[in-house]
Design a protein around this ligand. Structure first.
Ligand SMILES: [Zn+2]
Ligand SMILES: [Zn+2]
Length: 156
């Protein structure tokens, strides 16, 4: 897409320098086939720059996030994962029982975004969501549990 400014251009427009480390972190996120954690990014950066510490990685990630070049999502693992925002927008359903995650399309959240704008005058950054719940496989097991609990309750 030639009409979009490149990432380097966006950074420069905002007055940030495109340092080799920033470039490298962006490239790592771009080249990873899946969402990547700061820890994983750090490991890869260190292969080339052994003295870069993780707080530098976090600072860069925060900058890239502020520029809306990347998005972060908590997929329920206790840390966030990063992804390029320009890559197809999608969101996740995460099962709180088995931890499985499923991507779903952005279109489903468009009506929410439009209503927030209309009713609250609020432009929501609906970049990369994770919604927690129960997957198809785990739902029956959980429902059984609920029934059992209710049974105990009834007996007491
Ligand atoms: Zn994602
Ligand atoms: Zn599940």
């Amino acid at each position: 897409m030639a009409t979009h400014p490149t990432i380097g251009e966006s950074l420069r427009q905002e007055g940030y320098r495109l340092t080799p480390q920033r470039m490298m972190i962006l490239a790592i996120i771009r080249d990873s086939s899946d969402h990547i954690s700061a820890e994983e990014i750090h490991q890869k950066v260190r292969q080339q720059y052994p003295f870069v510490n993780i707080s530098t990685v976090y600072r860069t990630l925060n900058l890239l996030k502020k520029l809306r070049l990347i998005s972060e999502t908590d997929l329920g693992e206790g840390y966030v994962r990063y992804e390029l925002l320009e890559r197809g927008r999608h969101h996740h359903l995460v099962c709180r029982r088995c931890g499985e995650s499923f991507a779903f399309e952005h279109e489903l959240l468009r009506p929410l975004q439009l209503r927030l704008l209309k009713e609250y005058g609020f432009t929501a950054d609906v970049d990369h969501f994770a919604i927690f719940g129960l997957c198809q496989r785990c739902r029956p097991a959980e429902e059984m549990n609920d029934v059992r609990k209710e049974g105990q309750h009834g007996a007491a």
